[in-house]
Write a protein that binds this ligand. Structure first.
Ligand SMILES: CC(C)(COP(=O)(O)OP(=O)(O)OC[C@H]1O[C@@H](n2cnc3c(N)ncnc32)[C@H](O)[C@@H]1OP(=O)(O)O)[C@@H](O)C(=O)NCCC(=O)NCCS
Length: 157
């Protein structure tokens, strides 16, 4: 079992490795400009040693008025099931809490069983769906986005 690498705020210098990981994992990767913007806002956390110049995971948190939107989360394939995804998620949520957020929310493909298990284990609950929101493939057509939310305080907050 590998130990979890350090997690820190991303800087612009991390962009090439961040993009490489994003492109290796997602068929429809974010463009560089989206990462650049979120790095400027301070909402991107990366996991990996500075010295080894390796990034093995990241999370993008967008701080809204009183909520934090988990906009992106990924762990390199050979580092999965070691608790890193959960750590990245928890740190992003903590950062949102420090900025006054009272809830976290996110969207995930209905077919993404691993991520849905992670979010459920982390205390998120399904609150809705966007029908046919994501493109799957020409053969498989479209699939729903499932919306999850986790409240930090009482449900009335
Ligand atoms: C989803 C993802 C970030 C999880 O990262 P990870 O580091 O493997 O997750 P963790 O090791 O922290 O898992 C925490 C818990 O989530 C659940 N989980 C994670 N991966 C799972 C899987 N493949 N199958 C079932 N449950 C899973 C388990 O409850 C797990 O706890 P356990 O290992 O004690 O059983 C990773 O699979 C990934 O990068 N997937 C591709 C990108 C992606 O789908 N991102 C989310 C977009 S919304």
């Amino acid at each position: 079992m590998k130990s979890i690498p350090p997690i820190r705020k991303a800087t612009r210098a991390d962009l090439p490795l961040l993009l490489a990981l994003e492109r290796a994992i997602f068929p429809d990767p974010w463009p560089p400009s989206m990462f650049e913007g979120e790095i400027e806002w301070g909402g991107v956390l990366v996991a990996g040693g500075v010295e080894t110049a390796e990034i093995v995971g990241f999370v993008v948190a967008v701080f809204e008025r009183n909520r934090v939107h988990i906009a992106n989360l990924a762990v390199a394939r050979d580092h999965r099931r070691q608790g890193l995804g959960r750590r990245l998620l928890d740190e992003a949520i903590d950062a949102g809490g420090c900025k006054g957020a009272r809830a976290a929310w996110l969207e995930v493909r209905a077919s993404n069983a691993a991520a849905r298990e992670l979010y459920t284990a982390a205390g998120f609950r399904e609150i809705g769906r966007r029908t046919g929101y994501y493109r799957r493939s020409r053969l498989l057509g479209r699939e729903d986005a499932v919306i999850y939310r986790r409240d930090f305080g009482s449900p009335e907050d």
